[in-house]
Design a protein around this ligand. Sequence first.
Ligand SMILES: O=C[C@H](O)[C@H](O)[C@H](O)COP(=O)(O)O
Length: 258
Amino acid sequence: MTDDLSPTDRAKFAAARRAADLVEDGMRVGLGTGSTAAWLVRCLGEAVAAGTRLTGVPTSRRTAELAREVGIEVVTLDEARWLDVTIDGADEFDGALNLIKGGGGALLHEKIVATASDRMVVIADAGKAVETLGAFPLPVEVIPFGWQTTRALIEEALAGLDVATREITIRTNGAAPFVTDEGNHILDLHLGRIGDPHRLSAALNALPGVVENGLFLDICDTVVVGHGDGRAELRDLDAAAPAQAGGAAGAVSRDLDD
Ligand SMILES: O=C[C@H](O)[C@H](O)[C@H](O)COP(=O)(O)O
C-alpha cells in the first residue's frame, strides 16, 4: 500500500502505522480526518482484517466512508459515549503539544471527539513541528447566518488581521464558500505567530456566530512524529516542553487588549 510514496507521505504513513500499534483489541477509537488520518484508517482496516476488534467514531463523512470501506465498524459518538483513544492528524504542533487543526475543515467534530477520549494521539510528519503556533492559517468555523458580519467582528477584534474566507472551486460558477459537515463556513486567520493561544481561543469563541476554532490546547497527550526514512518517534505530554509564557506575545495579544 506504500509503493512510490513521496518522503512526506512516507512520513505520514510511518506515524500512522506506529499509532495503529497503540490500538488494543476491543477499543473504541476516534478516527481523525485528513491525509495522515486516512493512512491510520487503512492501517486499522488491516488490523481488523487480521482479527482485532474495534469500534470507530469518525470525525467526518469522508473518514466514515473510508472506515466502512476498509471494514471498520462505525458508530456515532453518542452510541460510543466515551472513547479509549482518538488518533488524528494536525496542521501544526508545538513543544507543549498544542495544535492547529482544521486544514481539512473538520475541526469541530475533531475537537468534540478528541475531548470525549481518554487519550488524544496526533500523527504528523516532522514538518508540522513549530516553535510557535500560527504560521499555518488558523481555521475558525462560523455559522452561515450573518457570517460576513462575523468575519468583520473577528477583523475588528484582531485589528488589521487578514481574515480569508475558505472557498471551493465550482466547475461552472467560479468559487463558493467551503461548507463543513455541519453546514457552516470556515474563515482562515493569517496570524503568523500566536502569542497567547488560550486567550485568542477564548476571545474568538466568545464572538457570536463563531462555533469553534482550530486551536487544540491541552487536549493532545502524544504526538507520533513520522520521518521520510520510515522512522516514527513518540513525544508524550509528560516529556514535552512547558508552554512558552508571554515571550512570543505578538500583535495578536496586543490587539486583544484594545
Ligand atoms: O480538518 C482537518 C484536520 O484537522 C486534519 O487532521 C489536518 O488538517 C491535517 O491534515 P493532513 O493530515 O492532511 O495534513
